[in-house]
Design a binder for this molecule. Structure first.
Ligand code: ATP
Ligand code: MG
Length: 394
């Protein structure tokens, strides 16, 4: 008998026309995630089987837990499709388990196998009852449910399904550019978009010396956590100091944040087009701060045409925090390094900004040239899965 990990695809199997594309992408993502381990994969239209060496079994499972597009996985054993073999295999596995009640459920995909499913379940069940003491069948609420799947290439025997991440394989939906700050919201927004199948690149606005190198390190280690879902993530670091200082010099303090964010959007849109991203993604959340009233969002949004995805827009902070803890970004996000939004915060930011007033004030700045410069002088880094350097920050 062969020990395997059975993977079921779940939601993605509903995408009938694109199924092959989805499966190929999932396969590629799994291979990327398991790189360096000893394993092989076989797959058909509805599931995958991973064969790995015994002492890496737990490591494989723990890496698969973060692969988007996997619905569930289970510990699975394969034997030839012959009743005696099936009975013996099931018995060998069951003698190692501790349980009081069980149930067998058979699926016969291979119609050439002559015995009906119910009969297989019954015969395997009585073989177990005969050979293991003090156990009984419980069809409603068994301790162990034995699934026997008779397929053309052999019979697969598996047990509890472990729920996986779900969603779609990263990359199946195209690319989004994530505006990432050091806060709690944007990494969560990034994760949620990856889970829906988006590949992400990240953009960060850096304002040295007003913001510290620690703030940048923090962003990089947040992205490090997102590489659990996508093994390589590019980060575009935009030198934002000059633009911020120009805004500070020329703009009415109440409009500082609004205009700063309009500049961020303009730059992000341009970078998105350059890197082939179809949307921007950010962690905006209605009502959370002055720049996130509906009027503010509309005023900021009006400078770009590119669609903006805001995965956490209507979440409560506590809901966002819950996800941040699950994806292990929370403890990094709460480190106290200030980002460029927090250092220039005016006492009374406008909550109903007017577009005309923004335009008039922006005309005092040669912002096109500044934007070009910032984009041209950006630094691009690739953050890779399992790079220990990003764990040092904690
Ligand atoms: P977060 O918790 O993600 O920092 P926030 O609640 O602090 O969000 P803002 O500071 O208003 O809200 O920022 C809103 C969104 O704008 C962020 O979620 C992020 O997507 C983007 N953003 C803010 N600052 C930066 C930055 N320095 N670089 C890139 N994107 C940024
Ligand atoms: Mg912030």
């Amino acid at each position: 008998m062969e020990k395997l990990i059975l993977i079921k695809y779940g939601e993605m199997t509903t995408k009938k026309g694109n199924r092959q594309f989805f499966i190929k992408m999932l396969l590629k993502n799994i291979n990327n995630k398991l790189n360096g381990l000893n394993y092989s994969i076989t797959n058909d239209n509805v599931r995958m089987y991973i064969n790995c060496i015994d002492n890496e079994y737990d490591e494989v499972i723990s890496r698969l837990k973060d692969v988007c597009g996997i619905h569930s996985f289970s510990c699975c054993y394969k034997c030839i499709s012959e009743l005696g073999e099936i009975k013996d295999t099931v018995l060998t596995i069951m003698t190692k388990k501790s349980f009081k009640t069980f149930k067998c459920e058979t699926n016969r995909a291979d119609k050439k196998f002559e015995m009906p499913s119910m009969e297989v379940s019954r015969l395997v069940g009585s073989h177990i009852l005969k050979n293991i003491d003090n156990i009984k069948v419980d069809v409603h609420n068994p301790d162990v449910e034995i699934k026997i799947d008779i397929r053309y290439d052999g019979t697969y025997i598996y047990f509890d399904e472990i729920k996986a991440l779900g969603g779609y394989p990263v990359g199946t939906l195209g690319k989004g550019l994530l505006m990432i700050s050091g806060g709690i919201d944007s990494p969560v927004a990034g994760f949620l978009s990856q889970k829906r199948g988006m590949e992400i690149e990240c953009i960060y606005f850096d304002s040295p010396p007003h913001t510290s190198i620690e703030a940048l390190n923090k962003v990089e280690s947040l992205i490090g956590k997102l590489t659990n879902y996508q093994v390589n993530i590019k980060l575009h670091i935009i030198p934002f100091t000059k633009i911020q200082e120009e805004i500070y010099k020329n703009v009415n303090p109440t409009y500082l944040i609004t205009i700063m964010r309009r500049m961020m959007y303009r730059i992000s849109e341009r970078v998105a087009h350059e890197v082939g991203a179809d949307v921007l993604v950010n962690g905006e959340n209605v009502g959370q701060v002055a720049s996130q009233t509906l009027k503010s969002l509309a005023c900021i949004n009006s400078v770009v045409k590119i669609p903006i995805i805001r995965p956490v827009v209507c979440f409560d902070k506590l809901e966002i925090i819950e996800i941040a803890k699950k994806i292990k970004t929370y403890n990094i996000s709460i480190l106290p390094f200030e980002d460029c939004c927090t250092i220039f915060v005016p006492k009374h930011p406008v909550i109903n900004p007017e577009i005309d007033k923004c335009i008039n004030q922006e005309n005092l700045i040669d912002f096109e040239a500044l934007i070009n410069d910032a984009i041209l002088n950006r630094t691009i880094k690739t953050i890779k899965y399992n790079d220990k350097k990003y764990e040092d920050i904690l």
